[in-house]
Design a protein around this ligand. Sequence first.
Ligand SMILES: *[C@@H]1O[C@H](CO)[C@@H](O)[C@H](O)[C@H]1NC(C)=O
Ligand SMILES: *[C@@H]1O[C@H](CO)[C@@H](O)[C@H](O)[C@H]1NC(C)=O
Ligand SMILES: *[C@@H]1O[C@H](CO)[C@@H](O)[C@H](O)[C@H]1NC(C)=O
Ligand SMILES: *[C@@H]1O[C@H](CO)[C@@H](O)[C@H](O)[C@H]1NC(C)=O
Ligand SMILES: CC(=O)N[C@H]1CO[C@H](CO)[C@@H](O)[C@@H]1O
Length: 274
Amino acid sequence: MSIMFACQSPIAAAVLQLLLAAVMSAQHINVTVDDVSVSLKDSGSLTGEKYTLGKLKRLAITCRASSSGVLSPSSFFWRLENSNSSATVDARITVDTKLADNGLSGTSVLNINYPVKSDITNFVCIVNQTASATGRFLSAPLLTMKVDGANEYDVAMWPGESVAILCLVEGNPMGDIRWTKSVDPAFNLTNNNTLYLSSVSYEADRGYITCASKNRYGENTARLFLRVKSPLSFLTPLVAIGCEIVAILVIVVVYELYNKRRRQVVDGDDPKSE
Ligand SMILES: *[C@@H]1O[C@H](CO)[C@@H](O)[C@H](O)[C@H]1NC(C)=O
Ligand SMILES: *[C@@H]1O[C@H](CO)[C@@H](O)[C@H](O)[C@H]1NC(C)=O
Ligand SMILES: *[C@@H]1O[C@H](CO)[C@@H](O)[C@H](O)[C@H]1NC(C)=O
Ligand SMILES: *[C@@H]1O[C@H](CO)[C@@H](O)[C@H](O)[C@H]1NC(C)=O
Ligand SMILES: CC(=O)N[C@H]1CO[C@H](CO)[C@@H](O)[C@@H]1O
């Protein structure tokens, strides 16, 4: 009966078709998202590690949806994982959605200009609230070493002191943590983000401390130099002060001898004449 009605009235037929399309698109949406891998560039520092994503001017995550019904640009919605608001609230992020001529499929590209560390998260593409897929900004781990909350590349310590070195890892996926000491190849601590060294010594601890992390997108390391002072190093300033005292004494004695000699010449060999 409805088919008959549709055939008799073109307007009614069009309405029916749209309703049907809406129902079908809700049932048959197929979303795929391209994984994008990001390789991080070392900014070139020697000690300590600074990683910048800045060399990548733009990152694109693509969400493809196909449907048995009609899609529109507003069918696509992007958000960050753990957030309900649109990803495009961030001015660096734009979305470019293109639909096929028949409206049955579409591609929505999320563009991130000048990616920053906080972009290392999952972006979620939702199509008409019925299908969603996660576009992952995947990266090799980023590492930062901290001592007492500060980024450190060089830590000076006296023998006997203790230190807790924290290695922060950011990555997607996360990655492991491995610690090494340049002075002790047998040293092995894994999967603990804190390296605690109690009562450090010049022989056993002075050198580079490195933390490394690897995932399937790559490996990065961060290191700091643990400058344990030599137990004898307090002597150095004492020796320097001693040398200065000797030098001053020598100058004073030489000057006195010279003066005495000059007076002897002037006064005619009579030092008691003062
Ligand atoms: C639906 O998604 C699958 C991957 O899950 C893909 O292989 C297939 O080509 C997609 N179908 C269409 C019509 O795009
Ligand atoms: C997102 O919205 C849902 C309900 O719509 C709410 O339960 C949830 O707490 C919200 N999450 C965030 C991170 O705002
Ligand atoms: C370090 O220890 C872990 C387990 O604790 C082990 O899997 C790994 O092979 C060890 N590495 C070295 C170099 O000894
Ligand atoms: C990590 O190392 C710290 C300091 O040595 C230690 O107190 C802690 O128990 C370790 N944690 C794990 C999970 O091994
Ligand atoms: C909930 C939601 O996002 N619905 C959208 C589904 O797609 C139509 C266009 O086809 C949009 O107008 C709706 O806003």
